[in-house]
Design a protein around this ligand. Structure first.
Ligand SMILES: [Fe+2]
Length: 243
């Protein structure tokens, strides 16, 4: 049973549509978003509406957290804050209601899904946590795997309960050792920060113990042009085009 996991779509409908077409070809049993569906990109309303229309449940990311609690805007850098202030004006009452109902985490069999760091943080980054924090969090998981987004990077960290091992997570299928515990950092659909402009997401097959990274090309210049046309920060458009 394959499960598609997406994160950090960030209002990028061009990337999201390309990923949805890829998902439709693979026909996984379920699809989940790990949050940050909005912010940076020019089409936040369309992204939230499409998630709802396609019945894709989403967790709450730090950008949705700010939509629910505007005081939290102070947490962001000035460019992200400017983008989010614009985003909130673009969102319908329906979209805001959908966002307000998003949970902080979800448990799917062996898999914990959370935007930032378990058990339920939408703000902590995997890369800022100490080895002790990561080991402790892995030991406390109800299952063996924790999927996170938030960093916009791909990463696989495994543990035997005593030590942590960092594995490369690249395009294609990576087998997991069923006796180990893992963090899987699933990359970003709509605002990658790994130098590769393609949209990233993963397919988890809990029965086969595999993670497949999908890298989907899409019209990034078109998405970047929409950001510029909306008067949003240029840096968020440039980042879509790669290094
Ligand atoms: Fe994000």
């Amino acid at each position: 049973m394959a499960i598609a996991l997406l994160s950090d779509i960030h209002g990028n409908m061009d990337a999201f549509e390309a990923v949805l077409a890829d998902i439709d070809r693979l026909a996984p049993a379920a699809v989940f978003s790990l949050g940050d569906n909005i912010g940076y990109g020019a089409e936040p309303e369309r992204v939230v509406r499409t998630l709802r229309e396609r019945c894709i449940p989403s967790l709450l990311g730090n950008h949705e957290w700010a939509a629910r609690n505007r005081d939290f805007l102070e947490w962001f850098n000035p460019a992200a804050r400017r983008s989010l202030t614009w985003t909130f004006r673009m969102l319908s009452a329906d979209a805001l209601e959908t966002i307000a109902a998003m949970p902080l985490f979800r448990q799917e069999g062996e898999g914990r899904l959370v935007h930032g760091f378990p058990p339920d943080s939408p703000t902590l980054y995997l890369f800022q946590m100490s080895a002790q924090d990561k080991l402790g969090a892995l030991r406390s998981l109800p299952g063996r795997i924790c999927f996170v987004g938030h960093t916009h990077l791909l990463d696989l960290i495994g543990s035997d309960g005593k030590d942590l091992t960092d594995h490369p997570l690249t395009e294609g299928t990576t087998p997991l050792d069923p006796s180990r515990r893992y963090f899987v950092n699933i990359g970003s659909v709509g605002q990658p920060r790994d130098g590769d402009p393609r949209a990233k997401y993963v397919i988890w097959d809990p029965g086969a113990h595999t993670i497949e990274v999908r890298c989907v090309p899409y019209d990034a210049p078109a998405a970047a042009a929409k950001i510029i046309a909306a008067g949003l920060p240029e840096a968020h458009a440039r980042r879509l085009l790669g290094p």
